[in-house]
Ligand binder design. Structure first.
Ligand SMILES: [Fe+2]
Length: 136
């Protein structure tokens, strides 16, 4: 389970809200696995996470574009890689090729933490600077 704490917010309310929701959805998936929920239920939590992730990435990238963020391309690459991984996990699960192995849950949790605490935090700082400049 991922614990949301003070290290998570990057200083953009809308993005922080979405990141918190991603943490919750990842925890929902882990909980469904732990509780040994049925396949349909687990698949549902997986799809909820994937759908929200896609929505979130697109919102985040739109915000970055809007303020000419110099690192947008790098963010897009990281997002795309994660999107592809998620799709691969889901297809594997759907095909019954795998259960959701623990490594997958660990991968999701670690990626989310590392990406938000690294790349997204950098964007948060840039965005805040832009807001200040706009206000002056
Ligand atoms: Fe991001």
């Amino acid at each position: 389970m991922i614990k949301w704490d003070d290290s998570w917010p990057i200083g953009i309310a809308e993005i922080d809200y979405q990141h918190h929701r991603l943490v919750d959805l990842t925890n929902d998936l882990a909980a469904a696995m732990l509780k040994g929920q049925g396949r349909a239920e687990i698949f549902n939590t997986f799809k909820n996470l994937a759908n929200y992730t896609i929505e979130h990435f697109s919102d985040e990238e739109a915000m970055m574009e809007e303020c000419d963020y110099k690192d947008l391309e790098n963010q897009q690459k990281e997002h795309e890689e994660f999107r592809r991984k998620l799709a691969e996990f889901i297809v594997n699960y759907q095909n019954g090729a795998i259960r959701i192995p623990n490594e997958v849950l660990v991968f999701l949790a670690e990626w989310l933490r590392d990406h938000t605490h690294g790349s997204d935090r950098k964007f948060g700082k840039y965005w805040q600077e832009q807001q200040l400049l706009k206000g002056s």
